[in-house]
Write a protein that binds this ligand. Structure first.
Ligand SMILES: [Mn+2]
Length: 256
């Protein structure tokens, strides 16, 4: 019955495996230290997408790497911590591996959920970006079951090299402007615009939480509603903590 002291955590955008991490193992170890630090008061952890820079699981095969992170997730899950994984725009292809291995819940779209007495609207952030047609098209293609089946038939030697190269390339060439780290102001941030509009028809949402933009943002949308964008695990090492009373955006090992 008594659930005081139990908290909900949110984190996103570690892009594990990305070639642009200077020290990938250090990032993974830091993430694991964070998980270790919250495991005893965590009721649930919501990973809001792009924890992996690229993930494609096959019927019998999963990608190499991430072993510390995966091990820690399994440990926490075995301890009774709920693990939720949102697919981002980089790790669209999470299928039944995490649900089967550790009982994680996969979310492929935004969800509205009641957590410790308040209503949360959660998503990676790219789902509600309706601006770019090519982007919408790619998203639909990536999520198409038949295309996924075709893609799974290509030898991973080609697909992994292509995907990781593409990710590095789009970052270096600045093509990923939607995930650039500069705050564009309320009028310029589509997640702010989306949330404000959504609030008109769903005034009962207390908190909107997203990843994807790699910025740390915490603003009031109305007297009763707040929007938070949770930074990332590349430069901010940030997370959001909800204890049922206070919702805080924090940085791990960067602030007291
Ligand atoms: Mn993203």
């Amino acid at each position: 019955m008594e659930e005081s002291g139990k908290k909900i955590y949110f984190a996103s955008d570690a892009h594990l495996g990305a070639r642009f991490h200077k020290d990938p193992v250090a990032v993974e170890k830091r993430l694991v230290r964070w998980l270790e630090s919250v495991r005893h008061d965590a009721l649930a952890i919501y990973f809001l997408g792009d924890m992996f820079d690229y993930w494609y699981e096959y019927k019998y095969v999963v990608p190499k790497g991430y072993i510390r992170f995966l091990g820690k997730l399994a440990e926490l899950s075995d301890d009774g911590v709920e693990i939720h994984l949102f697919t981002g725009n980089h790790d669209v292809w999470l299928f039944d591996y995490f649900p089967k291995e550790i009982g994680a819940v996969i979310h492929r779209d935004t969800v509205t959920v009641e957590l410790l007495g308040k209503r949360f609207f959660l998503g990676h952030g790219d789902e509600v970006d309706f601006r770019s047609r090519p982007f919408r098209f790619l998203r639909a293609l990536f999520r198409n079951k038949f295309c996924q089946w075709l893609y799974a038939g290509i030898h991973p030697r080609w697909t992994f090299a292509f995907a990781l190269g593409w990710s590095l390339n789009s970052r270096e060439s600045g093509l990923e402007e939607k995930e650039s780290q500069e705050y564009l102001g309320e009028a310029g941030e589509y997640l702010v615009q989306f949330s404000k509009e959504y609030l008109n028809t769903h005034p009962d949402i207390h908190f909107f939480i997203f990843g994807h933009r790699h910025i740390m943002l915490d603003i009031m949308l109305s007297r009763t509603s707040r929007l938070l964008i949770g930074g990332d695990w590349m430069t901010h090492f940030s997370y959001i903590e909800w204890d049922g009373k206070k919702l805080e955006l924090k940085q791990f090992e960067l602030e007291e």
